[in-house]
Design a protein around this ligand. Sequence first.
Ligand code: SF4
Length: 490
Amino acid sequence: MAAPRRSLPMHPDPAAMPPDADLRTYGEGPGEECGVFGILAPGEEVATATYYALYALQHRGQESAGIAVSDGNRIVVHKDMGLVNQVFSPSSLAGLQGHLAIGHTRYSTTGSSTWENAQPRYHESSTGGGVAIAHNGNLVNTADLARTLGTAATNDSEIMAALLARDADVSLEEAIMRIAPTFRGAFSIVAMDEDRLYAFRDPQGVRPLVLGRLPRGGWVVASETPALDITGAVYVRDVEPGELVCIDEAGGVVSRRFAEAAPKHCLFEWVYLARPDQRQHGSSVYAVRHRTGRVLAQEAPVEADLVIPVPDSGTSAAAGYAAESGIPYAEGLVKNRYVGRTFIQPTDSLRQLGIRLKLSPVAEIIEGKRLVVVDDSIVRGNTSRQLVAMLRAVGAAEVHLRITSPPIKNPCFYGIDMATRAQLIGANMTVDEITAHLGADSLHYVTLDGLISATPDARDDLCRACFDGEYPIGVPGEHEDLAATKFEAV
Ligand code: SF4
C-alpha cells in the first residue's frame, strides 16, 4: 500500500501580491516564452540542480519561477512571482527534498501576471495521487478543452494539468497517451507524478525540448542545452515531436509515440529566443546567428566604419557581418544586464528615457562613425527609432540597420508575445517607409530564404508564420479576428 499522498503547496498569500502591474522590462522586443526542466536522480540534490537549471533558462521567462519535488510519497510545490534568485532561498530549497523534480520559468502577456498562473501546475489525480506539469508553448484549442473539462478556466496549462489528473486513473503515462493527442498548438511539457518523470512535445515540435544523462546516473530534460550543461548532464537527443518519454526511479527510459511527427520548428528560436550557447537539434545557435550575419553582409553590403551589435541577440550576427564584410566590429552599445523586471511603473517623464534603461551608447566608439547596427528584429519600431536617435545624439555619422529576421507581419499563436497585427510595423509599412520612420540611413531585413539557408532546417520543417503568414497549426478565428487577438503565452 502506497503511503498517503498529498501536496503541500507553499506560497504567499495571493492577496498580498502586488497588483497586476506591467512587470516587463522596459522595451518592445518580442516577449520571450517559458523554460522547463525536469530531473530524476536518486541520491542527488534535485531541487538545487533544478534551481541552477532554471537560472540557465532565466532568459526564457522572468515573471515567475517554480519547482515541484517528489520524495516518492508526496509532491511539494514552491513557486512565486519574480526571478529565480528572488523566488528561492537556501531555506526554501532545503524544504524541497526528493529524487524527482520539475521546474519552470514563466513569461506571460500582460494581464496574466498572477501568482495563480505561475508554474509548475499541480492537480490531485482521480486516484488521490498528484500530477504536476510545466509547459512551454501555447495551445490554440484551449476553449474546446475547457468545454471538455466543464470549466470556465482560460489558462491552457491549468486545463492541461486538470485533464491529465482527471485521466490518471490508471497511470499518468496512459493519461498522457490518451489526452496529448487532443492538445492543439505548441507544447513542450515536463510532468511528474510521485514516482516518474515525463516529457512530451507537440507533433510539430514548435518549441525545443532536449534529453540529457547525468554522469552518476539519472536523467534530465530541458528547454535548452545550457540547462543540461549547468547540471553536468550530457546531451543525448531531442525529445522528438509527438513523442512521450517516461523515466522511472530505476533510470529506465521508455519512449512512446502519441502522434506522428510533422516538424514545424519555430524559426524565431534561431533568431532571438534561444541562448547562443544552445544546441538546437544538435546544431549551434551561435553558428546559425553568425551565418545569418554573413548572409546579411552578402545581401546588403554598405560602406561603413564599424559594425556594432544591439546586445545580446544581435551580437553573434554582428560578428558574422563583420567577418564577411571586413568592417571592424566594436561594442558600441552597453546593455544594462541588471535591469530585470520592475514592479515600479515609470513616471511619464521617466518613460521618455525609454531605451536608455536597457542600452547605453559608448560615445568614444560611435562619434563620427558610419555604423552598421545589427539587431534581431523590429516589432513595433519604437525601440529601433529611439536607438537610431540615441546613436545620432552621440555623433554617429550614419546609421545602417541590418536585421537578422525578415519583417514580422503576423502575430504568433504558439507561445511568443509579438503584439497584434495592427501594432506590427512590418505589417503596416513598406521597408522604405520604415526606414524613414526610424530615421535610419538604410535598412535591410534578411530575406526569408537567406535566413533559412543559415539554419540546418529544411524550409518545410519550420514554422515561419510570423514572417509569411503560413500557420502550420490552424488557429480558430484566424481569418475573422487575427489582427485583434492576443493569446496568452507561457
Ligand atoms: S509564428 Fe514565428 S515566433 Fe511563432 S512559432 Fe512560428 S516562427 Fe516561431
